[in-house]
Ligand binder design. Structure first.
Ligand code: HEC
Length: 132
C-alpha cells in the first residue's frame, strides 16, 4: 500500500507544480546552491554571448520574451536565487517548451545566470541610465 500512497503523493505534487510560473515551481532547496563564479564584467559578458546563442531565439535578444517563452527582464527572474535559475537550466520545463541545458558545462550555465540576473538595475529605467 505504501507504493500506492507514494504514487498518489507524486500526482498531487505534479498537479501543484503546474500552478504559477516556472521559477515559482522550482523546489525550495534549489536556492541553497549558489553561483561559484564572481559577479564580474568578464563573466557577465561571457554570459551575454551564451545567452545570444542559446536563449535569444526563444526569449528574445532583449529578454522581452516571444510567444510561450516568458520575458526574462522581469522582477520575478531578477529576484530568483541563482540556485533556482540553475535548477531551471538543468531541468528545463520540457512539457512547456523550455529545454534542459544540462549539456552545457556548469561554468557556462553560471555565466548565463550571472548575465540574466545582472540586468536588475537598468530594467526599470532608461537604457543609458548610469549608476551615480
Ligand atoms: C526552445 C525555446 C526556449 C529556449 C531555447 C530557452 N527557453 Fe527558457 N523558457 C521557454 C519556455 C516556453 C518557458 C516557460 C516554461 C514554463 O512556463 O514552464 C521558459 C522559461 C524560462 C525561465 C522561467 C521564467 C519564469 O518567469 O518562470 C527561465 C529563467 C528561462 N526560461 C531561462 C532560459 C535561459 C537562460 C535560456 C538559455 C540558456 C533559455 N531559457 C532557453 C523556452 C525556451
Amino acid at each position: 500500500m505504501k507504493s500506492l500512497w507514494q504514487a498518489g503523493t507524486c500526482i498531487l505534487v505534479a498537479a501543484a507544480a503546474l500552478a504559477g510560473s516556472l521559477v515559482e515551481r522550482v523546489p525550495a532547496q534549489a536556492a541553497n546552491c549558489s553561483n561559484p563564479l564572481e559577479n564580474s564584467e568578464p563573466v557577465r559578458r561571457a554570459g551575454a554571448k551564451l545567452y545570444a546563442r542559446e536563449c535569444a531565439a526563444c526569449h528574445g535578444s532583449n529578454r522581452d520574451g516571444i510567444g510561450k517563452a516568458p520575458p526574462l527582464n522581469q522582477a520575478e527572474v531578477y529576484a530568483a536565487p541563482p540556485g533556482v535559475l540553475f535548477w531551471v537550466l538543468r531541468n528545463g520545463s520540457l512539457q512547456r517548451g523550455m529545454p534542459s541545458f544540462a549539456h552545457l558545462p556548469e561554468p557556462q550555465r553560471w555565466q548565463i545566470i550571472t548575465f540574466i540576473r545582472s540586468q536588475n538595475r537598468s530594467s526599470k529605467s532608461q537604457p543609458d541610465d548610469n549608476p551615480k
